[in-house]
Design a protein around this ligand. Sequence first.
Ligand code: ARG
Length: 393
Amino acid sequence: MKRKRVILAYSGGLDTSVCIRWLMEAGWRVTAFCADVGQEADFGPVKERALRCGAEKVIVQDLKVPFVRDYILPALKAGAVYEGKYLLATALSRPLIAKALAEAARKEGAAAVAHGCTGKGNDQVRIEVSLKILARGLKILAPVREWELKSRQEEISYAIKRRLPIESKKKSRFSIDQNLWGVSIESGPLEDPWVEPPQEAYRWTTDPSKAPVKGQLLQIDFKKGVPVKLNGTPLPLPALIQKLNRWGAQHGVGRTDLIEDRLVGIKSREVYEAPAATILHAAHRELEQLTLDRETLIFKEGVSQRYARMIYDGLWFTPLRKALDAFVKKSQERVSGTVRVKLYRGSCIPVGRRSPYSRYQAALATYGGKDRFDQRSATGFIALWGLPYVKQP
Ligand code: ARG
C-alpha cells in the first residue's frame, strides 16, 4: 500500500524531532513544516535535523508579516490581555500556524497534519479547533498525546536508540516558546509557584536592577489604533516591534509572572517576556484614554477581556471574534496621535499624550483663570445622582 503523507508542525526541538520518527514508524511519509513567526530560530540546522530524523521534505515559511498584520495588530487594538497579565504571544501564533498547516496539506496533497503539543496544554486546542474550522475532515495526529514515552528522559532514550540528531548541548531547564510578540517560559524550577524565577529563565530582558539608570524616553505615533512611527520615523510594524523589543529588553521591560488558568482546567505557573507588546499596549491604552469617551472606554474594557479569552481559548476563527473585531475597528477611528513613554528599570510609563481627536478640554479641567465649568450646576447634579439612595424625611 502506498504510504500517505502527513504535514508535521516542526520546531526542531526534542518533541517534534521524535514525532518525525514516530510518525514514520506508524507508516507515514513526513513533511516537516517550520513556521517562522519571528522566533529567531536558525532554520538551516533545524531543516537539517528534520531531514536527518527522517522527514522527506522540509518547508520553512516566513509568516511574520501576516502574523503581525492579521493577529498581533487586532489583539493590540482590542487591548487583549489574558488574566490581566498575559499578552498572548504564543496563543496568537497558533491559529496562524494551523491555517498555514492546512494550506500546506492542501498544496502537498497530504492526508493528515500533525503537531507536537501535549494533551495538557492550550496549544493542542487552539491548533485543532482552528484546523477543524478551516479544513473540515482533515485528519489530525497528535503523537505526544498517544505515545508511550512518559518523560523527557524516555524521549531522549528513544532518540538515542534510533540515532536521531537531537541537540546534544545542555538543554535549558525550561520549556520555551518564542515569537515576535514575546517569549513564554514554563516548567523546571518554575513549577513551584513560591520560587522566584531565576535570572537564567529570561531570554530577552535585562535584569531591571542592572538596566541603565538613565532610562529611555520614546515616542510612538498611532493612526486609527495602529502604531505607525517610532520617534518620528515611519516604520513598518514588524520592524517597529523588533526595535521596541530590543529597547524594552535593555530596560528590563515586559516581564510577567503569572499563575494562569489553562483551558483544560489546570492552573500553571507561566513566566513571560514581552517588551514591545508591553510598551505598545500601554501606549495604545493611553491614547484611548485621551480620545475615547467614557462610555466607549467602559464598554471596551469588557470587549478586551472577552477578546483575550477567545484568543486564549482557541476561538480565533469564530463568529463572535469577528463581530468583536467590527466593534474594535469602529472604536479605533479616532485613536490617532502621539504618546511619549518612559522606560525605566523594568517599568514602562506613559508620560505624555496628544491627539487631534483629544477629548481633553482644558477649559473644563483647569483650576486656572480660563475655567468654563459652571460649578454651581454641580449642586443640582449631585442632588439627583444621589436621590435614589437618600431616605426622604
Ligand atoms: N501558557 C501559554 C499559553 O497557553 C504559553 C504556552 C507555551 N507553549 C509551549 N508550547 N511552550 O499560551
